[in-house]
Design a protein around this ligand. Structure first.
Ligand code: IVH
Length: 668
């Protein structure tokens, strides 16, 4: 074998492995490790090599199969029509070749339907007699995850449509996405809860759609746009007509879709959107170009992975070059220090960027960033843009290596960095003013105690010495408040009213409000559904905590540490005394204790909805979790239960029960 060929074989293997790894991070973990652009470059290299050396091309190559998003926690169903991917290019020239290939298949002028390429996660909806019966993710293209209950929480997707006007049986496919506004809200919350923020709106959408609890999905603010109607003998000859009809039936169809006669009009459409897309309230990563004539589409057909009648032109991620002026080190409510870059203001995606997060000291070292460096910033939908790299060729003698602080910029305590954490911490959690104020801001936030006030109010009350722990808020008086600068009677009354109202907040919100490290809003809910009241939680041992599926070592340690501190038990007594809830309301809805202490995983479909089954489990004192582990008591398997779950239960010797046996268990 020649060197070239040998090299090609080795490189094909490397690229395939690397792409498979990235597919897993992207589609299953929803946490990509490289940018789409870098991914496409690797894929392009693989395809070029496979074209040059077809003897090394296998049907399992990532160039031939679509990445799989299948997860264990969902029932799975086959797709009626395979759900494919799209060929793509970053190069206008290649669109001419695409057009040439299409024109070879017809002697008529070609009309294209141009659409935005929405950056979300693909969905396939099946309607029978006007009713939405199933929503499947793309999965591996052949079999998808059943996310019907989750999809039903998305307001723009109709649950039913007048059956007289639509075909009796059809599928409609599109994209579920998260608008920037919802994305920003979610990530702010996650940062605050010390949960890893989503890298971009696409991952946030895909991750949200794969939540086990539709209640959480509803809160995530997902939206949907549909772009492909499928079925047997549908009464349309053109793709655009099908979309127009779907729009008239009440489906969310993009208003930016446009018919183009010939490739030049397509290119003009692309050019116009390269700029305009920056002002859209959601992320797009390109333009999809589809042959409008359905007969011509059929004639062109498909390759293993994508239709020949469509392609995507992708926009390069936008970046801007600017200068790093200085770095601030911000202390958060948990004491975590975040370096934030101050930049020379620069225009990027329609806004002026002045600051960028640098995450932690390791990130700064990885970038080898110096003060006064020229740096590239990229947005990708985040509120705070990120610095992607340094333009080393422009580094001059004014460049200075940044000195990571050794002491807290606010209280002066020596910072600590634990081996297993990326960030430095100010350990002075009880006396560092920045941390205390940030803890108050968290305590009053919407998903915690929902007290209507801003940071400025907290600052003012704290500086005046009126609040030092959370319980102090509940002893504030109107007389005290109106002595403060700028406070009128009405404002004081409203503030006090809101404080009074906060006493109604459920236990999980109170638990979240306490600000225990690593306990976010979702985890707080899970803890409450397991322990029901604060005494049970405070009395829990490490083993008790670890027995809860969602609680790992780090969380368990954090909970134990929190309650081991007498100051915290004292605080809880004070908060109890003022009337905050430390017991879950859920207990009142208890029907029986028949499932007390049991952990039940459900899979598949039942005679009633999965939500109802979950409700039955908790109302009889049991706990429902998403995946089978050694702590599972039963796997409740319905029709089409996930094979992975069944296998795992068998392996771990966990009893598998059906719906009838379950009903027996809870019978009085
Ligand atoms: S058509 C066989 N149209 O992009 C037809 N896809 O990279 C394939 N996407 O899997 C889909 N916007 O999830 C189509 N207007 C649009 C789209 C679109 C976004 C997604 C879709 C697809 C992926 C391919």
């Amino acid at each position: 074998m020649g060197i070239k060929k040998q090299y090609a074989q080795k490189r094909i293997k490397e690229l395939s492995e690397e792409l498979r790894r990235h597919n897993h991070s992207y589609y299953v973990l929803n946490s990509p490790t490289i940018s789409d652009f870098e991914y496409d470059l690797l894929m392009n290299e693989l395809m070029t090599l496979e074209k040059m050396f077809p003897e090394f091309l296998t049907s399992a190559s990532p160039s031939q199969v679509v990445g799989s998003d299948k997860n264990e926690g969902f029932a799975q169903y086959p797709h009626r029509f395979p759900m494919l991917s799209l060929g793509n290019t970053y190069n206008i020239e290649e669109l001419y070749s695409f057009d040439e290939r299409i024109r070879k298949a017809t002697d008529q002028p070609v009309q294209y339907c141009c659409e935005l390429k929405f950056d979300g996660t693909a969905i396939c909806l099946t309607y029978k007699n006007g009713i939405l019966v199933r929503a499947l993710t793309r999965g591996d293209g052949t079999i998808g995850d059943d996310v019907t209950e989750n999809v039903k929480t998305i307001a723009s997707i109709p649950h039913s449509i007048a059956k007289e006007i639509t075909p009796a049986d059809f599928e409609i496919r599109g994209e579920i996405f998260m608008p920037y506004e919802a994305f920003d809200r979610l990530n702010l919350q996650r940062e605050e809860d010390e949960e890893t923020p989503f890298a971009n709106p696409r991952n946030a959408a895909a991750g949200s759609l794969k939540q086990q609890d539709p209640g959480i999905v509803r809160e995530r603010g997902l939206d949907c746009v549909l772009y492909h109607l499928l079925g047997e003998n549908l009464p349309f000859n053109r793709h655009y007509d099908a979309l127009s009809s779907a729009k008239s039936w009440g489906f969310p169809i993009s208003e930016h879709t446009q018919l183009c006669n010939g490739i030049e009009e397509v290119i003009a459409y692309i050019r116009s959107w390269d700029e305009k897309r920056k002002y859209l309230p959601y992320a797009t990563d390109g333009i999809v170009i589809k042959v409008n004539d359905l007969a011509l589409q059929r004639k062109l057909g498909f390759t293993a992975k994508s239709p020949r009648w469509a392609t995507a032109y992708k926009f390069k991620p936008e970046e801007a070059l600017t200068r790093l002026i200085s770095i601030d080190y911000q202390v958060g409510r948990t004491g975590a220090v975040t370096p934030v870059a101050n930049l020379e203001p620069v225009q990027l995606s329609g806004t002026v960027v002045k600051r960028a997060s640098l995450h932690n000291s390791e990130q700064m070292e990885a970038l080898d960033i110096h003060i006064n460096d020229w740096v590239y910033v990229e947005k990708g939908g985040e509120i705070i843009p990120k610095i992607t790299r340094v333009e080393l060729s422009r580094r001059d003698s004014s460049a200075q290596v940044p000195q990571y602080p050794t002491h807290c910029p606010d209280c002066g305590s020596e910072l600590v960095k634990r081996e297993d954490e990326a960030k430095h911490f100010c350990p002075n959690s009880d006396h560092c003013p920045t941390q205390i104020k940030a803890k108050f801001v968290h305590f009053i936030s919407r998903k915690a105690m929902n007290i209507i006030a801003g940071e400025a109010t907290i600052e003012q009350l704290f500086e005046k010495g009126m609040i030092s722990d959370f319980a102090d808020l509940y002893h504030l008086t109107r007389e005290e408040l109106i002595t403060l600068d700028g406070w009128k009677e009405r404002a004081a009354e409203r503030f006090l009213e809101s404080i009074e109202n906060s006493k109604k907040a459920p236990f999980h919100s109170v638990l979240f409000a306490l600000g225990i490290r690593h306990i976010g809003e979702t985890t707080a809910k899970m803890i409450v559904s397991h322990f029901h009241n604060i005494d049970a939680l405070m009395g829990a041992s490490r083993e008790d905590l670890l027995a809860v599926d969602e609680i790992g070592e780090i969380m368990a340690e954090s909970i134990l540490q929190y309650f081991a501190d007498p100051k915290h038990s004292e605080l809880i007594s004070k908060l109890r005394a003022v009337g905050l809830k430390f017991e879950s309301e859920g207990d009142k809805g208890r029907i029986s204790d028949r499932l007390e202490g049991m952990t039940i995983v459900i899979s598949g479909n039942f005679s009633v909805s999965r939500e109802e089954i979950k409700g039955l489990i908790t109302s009889h004192g049991g706990k429902n979790t998403g995946s089978v582990s050694k702590n599972t008591t039963y796997l409740l398997a319905g029709e089409k239960a996930g094979p992975e779950k069944l296998k795992k239960a068998e392996k771990l010797g966990i009893e598998i029960i059906d719906e009838n046996s379950f009903n027996e268990l809870i019978k009085h």
